[in-house]
Every structure is written in C-alpha cells, then in structure tokens.
Design a protein around this ligand. Sequence first.
Ligand code: SD4
Length: 334
Amino acid sequence: MNRRKFIKNASLTGAGLAVGSTLIHCAEATSKNEENTAVVDTKNNLPLVIATWHVENATTKAMEVLEAGGNALDAVEQGCMVEEANEKGQSVGKGGLPDRDGNVTLDACIMDKNGNCGAVVYLKDITHAVSVARKVMEDTPHVMLAGEGAKQFAISKGFEPEDLLTEASKKAWEEWKVKSEYKPIINIENHDTIGMLAIDNNGDISGACTTSGLAYKLAGRVGDSPIIGSGLFVDNEVGGCVATGLGEEVVKTVGSFLVVELMRQGKTPQEACEEAISRIVKKPNSNYKAFQVGYIAVNKKGETGSFSIHQWFSMTKFQNGVNEQIQSDYFNKA
Ligand code: SD4
C-alpha cells in the first residue's frame, strides 16, 4: 500500500487535517536500568535501523554507515539526508511543499547517545536541515536555532543556500491556492516526514527527524518534528521514538518522550506506541478521525514497535540483511 492510498484512507473529513526481536548486548545499561535492559546475546542482530514510512533508500544508506563501523548518529544523519535530497518527496528538504505564502520552511532535530540534541525550525533555503541541526548540537551551546538566524548559522558552516521550491511543488501550491482560497485545508497527500532511529554495533542509540511540515501551513508554523520530546526522543539507557503525522497533536501529548518513558517503566516499544496513541484518541472531544499520528520506537534490546491512529502507516526496518516495509497496526478499526 503506498502512501497516497494511506493518506486517502486516513482522511475522513474533507476539511480535516491528516498527514500523512532483536536482542542486543546491553551490559552497560543494566547497571542503571536493570528492569528494561536484560543482558542478552545480540551479536547477530546488530546493527539496526528503523524509519517512518517507506524509505528503503534512506535505511540502506544508514545501514551502510553502520556496517562500515560508523556510529548511530552518523547513520541517522546520513539516512535522513537521502530523503532531504530527494526532490520527489514533497514533505522533506528540497521539493517540500511550501507554506501558504509559498515559502518552503524546514524543521529538523537530532539526538545522540549522550542526550545531546540540536534542532532548527523555520529554516529556509538549506536542503540538509538535519545536518544543520547536528551543527547546532555540536558547535553551539544551544539546542535550537530558528529562521534567519538558523540560515545564517548554516551558511557560516559552509552550507550552500538554494531555492527549495521545485517546479512540481510550486505548481501544487498554485493549484492549492485556486481551490482553497486560504481556507485551513491541508494537502494530506504529501506528508512523509522522515524520523529515523539507529542502534550501532556498540548498542548505542541515536535518532533524527526532518520535515517541511504541513503543506500550506500558516507562515511561521512549526510542528513537532524539531521539538525534542515531541517529534523525537532518545534515551540511550532505554530506547528511542519518533513521530509523524499532525504535529500539533504530538506536541500536546509530548509524544516521543512519553513513549520512551513508558518503555522505561517496562512497556515494550509496541505497547508504548499504542499507549501514546491512546492518549491522543481518548482525549475528551478528540477529533482523531480527522487526522493521523504514527509512532515508531525501539528499545535498548533492539525490539521495535509502531502504531498509528489510522491504517496505512508503515515503518521501514533494516536488520540482519533485511530491509523491509512493515505495515503498522492502528487504532481506528471502525
Ligand atoms: C508536522 N509531523 O510538521 C509533521 C508532519 C508530518 O508526515 O509528520 N508529516 O506536523
């Protein structure tokens, strides 16, 4: 099932917003978090990469990095860069759909095994937002840079500015303008934010998330993807989680942090993702039929899980030489 079909199925109202056991060696972690980190034989199951949606090229790149002995941080950055450079993907990097004023603005973040993190929001004219986020993490005392400051920082680090609005995205925007007359209708066919988590040969976890956000959003809008704890969270003692879908709903429930904390308390990645979706759909007056949210997660043992509100969300998983798309289970079976 492709993403387009998924989105179609997930969109249940015309005006709605929809968006789109591996065992590892973890002796280090047992001292701090014994209940979640049983020491098991792992050698055959490392390394491991998972990512939101159907992004086999991205997971292939990340796995190449890991198999060459690279660390999880390099793997998630380089994996995400594949989708950022892919102009056909209209919700990430170059070719991303613009806001309603025609600006392509990117949000991204990255988090390493030590709990360090960096993020950029409302970044214009720079394709590899995830790499700028990494520079923020590594070369500044800050966690997040926004807008013009983020762009100038990127340029100072050698990133080349370029126009991110491709002909295809410009055309889609122009068509949207005619039909929508600036009503709050989101083009639901173009949401495939990439969130990626990797465990390297040392058993260390890192994660990254990068997006152009909701198409035709209000100028200045920032979603969950660059917000540590919402779009992404990694705790190397426990595991990691990334989110996709309607960012506002993820932010309101601090979704990725919630999933990791639930895993810390003993839930499997699958159970934790299900509970985090449940927090959204069980809210009083939840409008969940009109939007999608999906989570993927991995724990320190290399077990993975994914869950979404609606059908057709998927995770790409590369492990033990198999790079596969796994359909996610989902809440709304009515
Ligand atoms: C956002 N969560 O900006 C992102 C969009 C997304 O698949 O994930 N699309 O709200």
